[in-house]
Design a protein around this ligand. Structure first.
Ligand code: NI
Length: 209
């Protein structure tokens, strides 16, 4: 997920979670990280349903490290494995201002959601330049494993709740623009396809030079 500046206000009320970040910084130092390329809407691969992770091994650690690197570089506040064309239930999130509160969610589940809802201006690294309001539950309780397989349960609200729900949608093959009206969605699709064609042309021109 990509954040707009307006989101900061809600973030102040979000309890900070330091879930597995200590283990993770050790892991980051050990791995050689790589930036992954992010699929852009309307790439059909974004609609793939992710499978649960069963092996909490070096390969998963490397995927998580690469996803974190990719998210921080973008920069974004959340990234789902689906967006880097890996169809497994893995999410990285960091909604902190200091960018040092990495949250790794493997096989996440929402076990409770509040009736109270909020509308938030969401953005997405797979839908560059587009921000629009999406209504979701204000508070959710999440059960997930970390990169080592340890099970955790926590409550999220505000920006963190938005971000977790947005990223979990990716794992189900859903992009946030699917909450918008068909008219808006088509406009976004047309705009992004046009941008992609222009990028392709630029790259071709560069290759000729
Ligand atoms: Ni997204």
């Amino acid at each position: 997920m990509r954040s707009a500046n307006a989101l900061r206000i809600v973030h102040e009320r979000t309890p900070l979670l330091n879930f597995s970040s200590l283990n993770f910084s050790r892991l980051l130092r050990k791995s050689c990280m790589a930036r992954l390329s992010i699929l852009r809407y309307p790439d059909p691969r974004l609609h793939t349903i992710a499978k649960p992770v069963t092996a909490f091994d070096e390969r998963l650690a490397k995927l998580v490290a690469d996803m974190a690197d990719t998210m921080y570089t973008a920069p974004g506040i959340g990234l789902a494995a689906t967006q880097v064309d890996v169809h497994e239930q893995v999410i990285v999130i960091d909604v902190s201002d200091t960018r040092d509160q990495l949250l790794v969610l493997v096989n996440p589940e929402i076990v409770w959601a509040s009736d109270e809802r909020q509308v938030y201006d969401e953005g997405c690294l797979s839908v560059p330049g587009i921000f629009d309001g999406v209504e979701r539950p204000l508070r959710v309780r999440i059960k997930a494993q970390d990169a080592s397989g340890k099970l955790q349960e926590f409550d999220a609200e505000g920006l963190l709740a938005v971000c977790v729900q947005h990223e979990m949608d990716h794992l189900k093959g859903k992009v946030f623009v699917e909450y918008l009206s068909p008219l808006k969605r088509n406009r976004i699709k047309t705009k992004l396809l046009k941008e992609e064609r222009e990028l392709k042309k630029e790259r071709q021109a560069e290759a000729v030079r």
